[in-house]
Design a protein around this ligand. Structure first.
Ligand code: UDP
Length: 424
């Protein structure tokens, strides 16, 4: 039995279900973050309910992660997959379902922690209807994202407006990196109470297997040079830059070269279309024989790929944090990443890997070959990477920092409650 002394907290993640498999369209870092934070908080004694939208009629309505932590799937719109842009239409249904749940279970959550702007819209409505302390993690900022895309979606002004109000009105906004905090202050609003609490990773999963063991398990030759990517198929992830960088390498110098790309996709959906586009570039550059698409992998298998790789590449155009980078680092593998957002915080240039300007194939090719050409350098960077993750990025450490912030706000809420009930 887990301790149960802190009180109740609702984590709200409308589109990122913490109980489903990740690595596909609409299921990535946010799902991992909410689940890991929720479970770690529950171990500290919080009773954590993680609310998400039911997106499949076959899904269970409640998933119990442990005696203190559940995923609760609320009905908001049809119980089927809906693209993120369109979920906003069901925000008020989500809010109603949340209040119905509180009513039916005779529960009031004094703290809610929302994730992504869709959940910020939910948080805004809850705040208007009950006394509550609100926390928010953005996971992505429209103000930054829209700078790097060619087509701005219709929903943009709604999103930007909600993100601004959320920063100005939440009790605490959690930035996952100093870079994200700076973006909030310069691009969203100068008002707001921001604390920096990074993301974490599970060193017991990602840091426990060696390169040799993993290569044996995955049937990769010990002399192979392996470049690895893991993540969703989304143009903002910059997989094109990686493939074009590999196209610039002098592959004849390596007897046995492999580019391995992990991540799920569904044909006909957005990620399926991006995967086909990437396959087209692989063909255009005649890289078919050295490139393998291994599909969506579970964390235990992913751990072997990270460890087997000489280098993991994170070529995103924009990345508020980037869990993949610290997962690879936990495995002792250096990372070559775009010098954007939180990647500039997790990857220390020349110490744990290399940073390159986003979309710059030439710079990525140079950085990748520096690691492939020098295994001593690879090992030096990998060792420092692992050390950095161990000391800075554990979920338990993250939960402890959040725990302090919640307790502080809970204390304030009690004070406010007492003050508002004093008869003068
Ligand atoms: N992931 C996975 N299987 C895959 C590909 C990715 O489990 O096949 C996970 C990966 O381990 C990481 C998450 O998906 O935990 C991606 O998070 P990140 O922050 O890197 O990117 P996001 O999806 O938030 O853009």
């Amino acid at each position: 039995m887990l301790p149960n002394k802190r009180g109740k907290i609702a984590l709200i993640s409308v589109h990122g279900d913490p109980a489903i498999d990740v690595g596909k369209e609409e299921a990535g870092g946010q799902n991992v973050y909410v689940r890991q934070v929720g479970e770690a908080l529950s171990r500290l004694g919080w009773q954590v309910d993680m609310f998400t939208r039911r997106s499949d009629a076959q899904q269970e309505k409640i998933v119990e992660h442990n005696s203190n932590c559940r995923t609760i799937r609320l009905t908001a719109g049809p119980a089927e997959f809906i693209e993120r842009q369109k979920i906003y239409n069901y925000v008020s249904d989500f809010v109603s379902a949340f209040f119905d749940f509180q009513h039916e279970t005779k529960t009031i959550y004094p703290i809610i922690h929302t994730n992504y702007w869709l959940s910020a819209a939910v948080g805004k409505e809850i705040r208007q209807r009950q006394q509550v302390k609100t926390f928010h993690t953005y996971h992505s900022l429209g103000a930054v994202k829209y700078k790097s895309v060619t087509t701005i979606p219709m929903i943009a002004s709604t999103r930007l407006n909600i993100e601004k109000k959320c920063l100005e009105n939440s009790d605490v906004v959690v930035a996952t990196s100093p870079q994200e905090k700076q973006h909030m202050q310069t691009l969203v609003s100068t008002k707001g109470n921001i604390d920096i609490v990074p993301c974490g990773t599970d060193i017991d999963i990602f840091g426990k297997v060696s390169r040799n063991e993993s290569r044996e398990k995955l049937d990769i030759d010990s002399d192979a040079k392996v470049v690895f990517y893991a993540g969703r198929f989304d143009p903002r992830k910059g997989i094109e830059t990686l493939v074009r960088a590999v196209g610039k390498l002098d592959l004849e110098r390596y007897a046995n070269f492999k580019l391995i790309i992990a991540g799920g996709s569904t044909s006909g959906q957005k990620d399926g279309r991006e995967k086909e586009r990437i396959e087209g570039i692989v063909r255009e550059l005649e890289l078919e024989t050295v490139t393998t698409f291994v599909g969506q992998l579970e964390h235990s298998t992913l751990a072997s790929y990270y460890a087997a790789a000489d280098v993991c590449v994170v070529p995103s155009h924009y990345e508020p944090f980037g869990l993949v980078a610290i997962e690879a680092m936990a495995a002792g593998t250096p990372v070559v990443a775009s010098a954007v957002g939180g990647l500039q915080y997790t990857v220390v240039d020349r110490e744990t890997g290399f940073l390159a300007p986003p979309k710059n194939e030439e710079a990525f090719a140079n950085a990748i070959s520096r690691i492939l050409d020098d295994s001593q350098e690879r090992d030096r960077l990998g060792k420092a990477a692992k050390k950095r993750v161990k000391s800075q990025f554990s979920w338990t450490g993250v939960a402890k920092q959040l725990d302090e912030l919640y307790l502080e706000e809970l204390g304030r809420l009690h004070q406010e409650f007492l003050t508002s009930n004093v008869v003068s």
